[in-house]
Structure formats: structure tokens, C-alpha cells
Design a binder for this molecule. Structure first.
Ligand code: ADP
Length: 173
């Protein structure tokens, strides 16, 4: 049985990520999507929120599970019995970064084999951070996000702006 792990921050999950998950689900017998805690990236959504969002988006895919994790990817792969690590490539920047990570994971565990999916042309320019930036400036990027995540993103950015304004006002006092 071929088991793969697709780790990421997914802050939030985009249709680019979801396309990869669907393709991985068709290729592997089992695919575990791991929502990494990644506190150093200061995610906009909590890990619990991101797990719930991903779960809703993959609910129609029977061989896909959603887990949360921190620490070394190779340790997680051994824990869940995954043979393949799945990652996406949008451009040469991704390629150089991902190549180094793949080599390091292979050094840490020579059983770890990384499988890369090329992003579909229509999603190659998509990143969670770009979508957050555009939404925060009032742009409509609903074409690139599952509907529930688009709404959650608008709401969270609104809350964030309100709390920043409140903080500024308090400082100004
Ligand atoms: P990480 O912090 O691990 O990079 P991300 O959530 O940003 O987490 O990305 C997870 C994986 O999904 C990475 O392999 C990334 O290259 C890939 N990815 C991100 N956006 C897209 C996209 N639009 N199309 C295809 N792959 C993507």
C-alpha cells in the first residue's frame, strides 16, 4: 500500500493546495495531509481552525486524512507509516527550496522519497500569503479559495484590523 504525507502550513488552504491533494489522492492509496503548527510563521488561523478548514475541503475524498503535527517530517512519516512525501512546485524558487528540503529529509532518513507535483498553470501564482495580502486590501480572490475559507479569511482580517485600530487608539491615549 502506498502511503503519502502532504505537510504544509495551509494558512489558509487554497485551491492550489486542494488541486494537489486531489491529484495525490488519485495516485496514492492513502494520503495524510499534515497541518503543521509552524508558530514561527505567525499563522493567521490557529492550527485547530486550519485542520477544520482542510477537513471540510477534503470531505469527499475517502482516502485522505487530516492530521496536525510539529517537528521533523521524517519522524511523522515513520509514525504514520508513510513512504512518500508529497510537495508542490510553482516556480524555480519553490524548486530550489524544495530540492534542499528533500535532500535533507533523505539524509535524515534514506527511506524518505519526495514526490513533486507541478502546480497547474492557473494556480502557479497562488500563495496563501498573497491571498491574505489581496484580501486585506479589499480585493476579491474568491475564485482561488473554497467558499468557507474565503468567508473565514475576510472575517479574520476584519477582526485583526479592528484589534490593531483598538491597540493604536490605546497607545495614543
Ligand atoms: P509550507 O510552509 O510547508 O511551504 P504551504 O502551505 O505554503 O506550506 O505549502 C505547502 C505545499 O504546497 C508546498 O509544497 C508548496 O510548494 C505547495 N503549494 C503552495 N501553493 C501551491 C499552489 N498554488 N499550487 C501548487 N502547490 C502549491
Amino acid at each position: 500500500m502506498k502511503v503519502a504525507l502532504f505537510p504544509g502550513t495551509f494558512d489558509p488552504l487554497t485551491l492550489g493546495h486542494l488541486d494537489l491533494i486531489k491529484r495525490g489522492s488519485a495516485l496514492f492509496d492513502q494520503l495524510a495531509v499534515a497541518v503543521m503548527t509552524n508558530e514561527s510563521k505567525h499563522p493567521l488561523f490557529t492550527v485547530e481552525e486550519r485542520v477544520a478548514q482542510v477537513k471540510e475541503a477534503v470531505s469527499g475524498l475517502d482516502n485522505v486524512s487530516v492530521i496536525t503535527a510539529e517537528g521533523l517530517t521524517v519522524d511523522l512519516m515513520n509514525k504514520i507509516g508513510a513512504d512518500y512525501l508529497m510537495r508542490g512546485l510553482r516556480n524555480t524558487t519553490d524548486f530550489q527550496y524544495e530540492r534542499d528540503i528533500a535532500a535533507m529529509n533523505n539524509f535524515l532518513d534514506d527511506q524518505c522519497d519526495t514526490v513533486f507535483f507541478l502546480a497547474k498553470p492557473e494556480y502557479q501564482h497562488l500563495s496563501s500569503s498573497l491571498l491574505k495580502e489581496v484580501t486585506s486590501s479589499g480585493g476579491d480572490i474568491s475564485a482561488y479559495l473554497p467558499a468557507n475559507i474565503n468567508e473565514a479569511l475576510k472575517q479574520r482580517l476584519k477582526e485583526k484590523r479592528a484589534s490593531e485600530v483598538k491597540e493604536d487608539n490605546e497607545k495614543g491615549r
